[in-house]
Ligand binder design. Structure first.
Ligand code: MG
Length: 275
């Protein structure tokens, strides 16, 4: 007869553990209001239907084809609103007049003194992509010579600045939420090379009384590198002053700043988001 050297140990373990397991199972739940582990893992946001984990009937996200990428950059996704198609500035205005920035070879360029430009269409929360370059001939000295800015709702600035080898205050360098948050790292390319911004912007929310109920945020990838991580907007961009919020419309134009420097832009597109 074959022997089983571990059998006595196994039987002893079962005899001890079984009554203990029975007692645990029979014990009343200590806190019946506590969410179960399964419920905690549903990924449910406030106000959303609660789905079981791996529920096959959960609605599928829409299919969006990513833009085609070449050495010249990536094209717009299929559901994006193209803000610049390489040909004209028909999507842009300069405070109601024609945008007087120049268009050349698939890019457009700030004309110093022609004024900042704004999209004709208004947006709230959004995902935006834009590429920008400081021309090689520009001489950057702190905030001068290489400055522009991407303005959300025409008032919340993500700084655009030649910041490769150009010292300035850190909350005013490229990738900074101007005057509020420095970028997490400096990912700026040298003048003469294209930079990319990919931003998720969430618009602030105001109550009926005009008081802020939810601050806006920005998440920014600069040349593919995270430089703002869901950073809270402190108020409308101000120079050398503390930012403050004041209530405004739910949708407003996107702006590009004329800071007197001939920065170039291309491949701009936007995808509106619900807040
Ligand atoms: Mg600026």
């Amino acid at each position: 007869m074959r022997t089983c050297p571990l059998c006595p140990l196994f039987i002893a373990t079962v005899l001890v553990a079984a009554p203990t397991a029975f007692l645990i199972a029979a014990a009343p739940t200590q806190d019946s209001t506590a969410p179960s582990k399964a419920a905690a893992n549903t990924g449910k946001k406030a106000g959303e239907k609660e789905w079981a984990v791996h529920d096959m009937t959960r609605p599928e996200p829409a299919i969006v084809a990513g833009g085609t990428c070449t050495n010249g950059g990536c094209g717009a996704p299929s559901d994006a609103i193209v803000l610049f198609d390489g040909k004209d500035l028909s999507q842009w205005t300069a405070n109601g007049s024609d945008a007087k920035w120049t268009v050349t070879d698939g890019y457009f360029q700030a004309t110093p003194g022609a004024g900042s430009i704004q999209t004709k269409q208004k947006f709230g929360s959004c995902q935006i992509h834009i590429e920008w370059m400081v021309p090689e001939t520009c001489k950057c000295e702190s905030q001068h010579g290489c400055n522009s800015g991407l303005f959300f709702m025409d008032r919340y600035e993500l700084q655009i600045l030649g910041s490769n080898g150009n010292k300035t205050y850190v909350d005013g360098m490229a990738g900074a939420m101007y005057g509020q948050h420095p970028p997490l790292v400096n990912a700026c390319k040298p003048n003469g090379q294209w930079n990319t911004y990919d931003v998720v912007f969430h618009a602030p929310v105001f109550g009926k009384d005009g008081a802020l109920t939810k601050a806006g945020t920005m998440t920014v990838f600069f040349n593919g590198v995270l430089v703002q991580d869901n950073a809270e907007i402190l108020g409308a961009t101000a120079h050398a002053a503390k930012a403050k919020y004041s209530a405004h419309e739910a949708e407003l134009p996107i702006g590009l700043q004329d800071h007197g420097d001939p920065l170039k832009f291309r491949n701009a597109w936007i995808r509106p988001l619900t807040n």
